[in-house]
Design a protein around this ligand. Structure first.
Ligand code: FMN
Length: 208
């Protein structure tokens, strides 16, 4: 039995949101094909996560150094630690998110802020940071209205790239991507782009 964490970072309705459609398709296909696994869902918009700020930065630093935290620092650091522990306990993680304004929804940024904890997901060494979360598999389920796979636009895409670079920092290299893109740019191809991505989500989930 594998522990699988599904993280959802879009609260638009499934009828309107391509990334939610892909996420839900992947989730259903995964559960159907892996009935023995323990699946947990985390809806980031429902979680109402406090932003990373001075109090949380100080709390996380003291936590990693074994220094006592103030009550305020403990309160917000405990919230981050709860999500960090849940992430570390998972064998596989699936993250569903849209491209918004060239980046990730703020809730996903905040969640990844929580995962960046020296001593837990990575450690500093004289040769640079070393990831401590290797061995996990991650699937990124994403939709973006424009086309960013190559050309000049590729470097403007800071959602999938942002998540991937953070996972690399944590030592996670087994990353599978299911991406629908260009459906807002090409109205004629919209239906086919989305349908192909849905099929890819179904098939990828079976072997993830
Ligand atoms: C607030 C907002 C910002 C967006 N920013 C971009 C963007 O920077 N580039 C882009 O190609 N599409 C952008 N889109 C379009 C989405 O990427 C597209 O609708 C995609 O399917 C993901 O959103 P969805 O899962 O809600 O459908 C944006 C959409 C919204 C609602």
């Amino acid at each position: 039995m594998r522990k699988v964490l599904f993280v959802k970072a879009n609260n638009r309705p499934v009828e309107q949101a391509v990334s939610v459609k892909l996420y839900e398709t992947f989730l259903k296909s995964y559960v159907d094909s892996h009935p023995e696994d323990q699946v947990t869902e985390l809806d980031l918009f429902q979680a109402h996560l406090p932003y990373l700020d001075a109090t949380m930065i100080n709390g996380a630093f003291k936590f990693s150094q074994g220094i006592p935290l103030t009550p305020e620092e403990k309160q917000v650091t405990d919230i981050a630690t709860k999500y960090l522990d849940q992430f570390m306990a998972a064998d596989k993680i699936v993250i569903g998110f849209p491209l918004w304004n060239l980046g990730v929804p703020a809730v996903l940024h905040t969640y990844i802020d929580y995962l960046n904890r020296a001593g837990t997901t990575f450690k500093y060494t004289a040769e640079g940071p070393i990831g401590l979360a290797s061995g996990k598999k991650v699937a990124l389920i994403n939709a973006r209205g424009g086309y960013y796979s190559d050309g000049e636009a590729a470097s403007s895409e800071m959602a999938v790239n942002f998540v991937v670079r953070n996972l690399y920092l944590f030592g996670i290299r087994e990353i599978t991507k299911v991406i629908a893109e260009g459906h807002n740019k090409s109205p004629k191809l919209r239906g086919k782009i989305i349908e192909d991505a849905i099929q890819l989500a179904v098939e990828t989930a079976k072997t993830f």
